[in-house]
Design a protein around this ligand. Structure first.
Ligand code: GLV
Length: 320
């Protein structure tokens, strides 16, 4: 019997390739990300594909792949790079990697929150530049966490993990979401449901955990920055286009908010150049899930989804 063929579009941890290789013929692009033309050429005739969040899966991709394609296993929890409706129309199953990256992502949201509040990147630049000549009582004042209000937009698995960390730091947790969480979840997190307006007005730290949808594109923009406290910090580990990046740069430059921590950007890997000049923003290259264990588990789940579907079984973690 012919083994199914699977394309892996970019480098992933080796365990994912091992899982695939046991049951499939694997075409592994472990070099640079393929541009759309190269990606389309390479996916032609494949039965399955493991995609990364920088691969666009749209009608052109699906046309190029051909009618035998059965599964797009996205190695990410977010799947805004995949046109799920187009896949469904063709009977192509889409899967993601939920659950395994909640703690790593929440840890990194808190890393950015603390780094922004305590000016860590700015302090590092200061020391490296040889500017640490004397200890100063009046230098590098930042924001406190204890007794401050942590606002969470999107109380899904990752938002809840961030809330737990906030409680550990003695913060008051408020959240908004399209759907209110259960009474049990609210009680366990001691999290209070508020409107978006209340979230903006009350948060000392606002952390974004919504998926990128039409409804959440530019969820935070100029109007939202003017509704936030001047002392507030914005943390984004969700998706770049959730924030209007030009409006954020303007708000940070005008000190309309105190600071920001960003792991994601509106036009990744491009970064709004105005952010580079600002000391009150901490920047990271989309690494919130980048721990050894988390990336291993993401590769495993994506590969297991592909093997299950191509073996005639059910996907473990379908989306849509
Ligand atoms: C990372 O951004 C992911 O969605 O897994």
């Amino acid at each position: 019997m012919n083994r199914p063929s699977v394309l892996v579009t970019q480098a992933i941890p080796a365990n994912g390739i091992d899982v695939l290789s046991a049951a499939c013929d694997v075409d592994y692009n472990d070099a640079q990300r393929l541009d759309p033309a190269a990606l389309h050429a390479r996916v032609r005739g494949k039965d399955g594909v493991l995609t990364l969040l920088t691969d666009r899966v749209d009608d052109a991709f699906l046309d190029a792949a051909g009618p035998q394609l059965k599964i797009v296993a996205n190695v990410a929890v977010g799947y805004d790079n995949v046109d799920v409706a187009a896949c469904r129309k063709r009977g192509v199953i889409v899967t993601n990697t939920p659950g395994v990256l909640d703690d790593a992502t929440a840890d990194f949201a808190f890393t950015l929150l603390l780094a922004a509040a305590r000016r860590v990147a700015e302090a590092d630049r200061y020391v490296r530049a040889g500017n640490f000549k004397a200890w100063q009582m009046m230098g590098f004042h930042g924001g406190d966490l204890a007794d401050m209000t942590l606002g969470i937009a999107g109380l899904g698995r990752i938002g809840q993990a961030v809330a737990r960390r906030g409680r550990g730091f003695g913060m008051h947790v408020i959240y908004t979401d399209a759907r209110r969480a259960s009474a049990e979840v609210e009680a366990a997190l001691d999290a209070r449901f508020v409107t978006k307006e209340e979230l903006l007005a009350q948060s000392d730290y606002l952390s974004l955990h919504v998926p990128l949808l039409d409804a959440t594109r530019h969820y935070i923009g100029a109007a939202e920055f003017s509704a936030m406290k001047k002392s507030a910090y914005l943390i984004n580990t969700s998706r770049g286009p959730v924030v209007d990046e030009a409006a954020l740069a303007a708000a940070l430059a005008a000190k309309e908010i105190a600071g920001a921590g960003l792991d994601v950007f509106e036009r990744e890997p491009e970064v709004n150049q105005e952010l580079y000049a600002l000391d009150n923003v901490t920047l990271a290259p989309h690494i919130a899930s980048a721990t050894v264990r988390t990336r291993f588990n993401m590769a495993r789940i994506a590969a297991e989804n592909a093997v299950a579907v191509l073996g005639g079984g059910q996907p473990l973690t379908p989306v849509g």
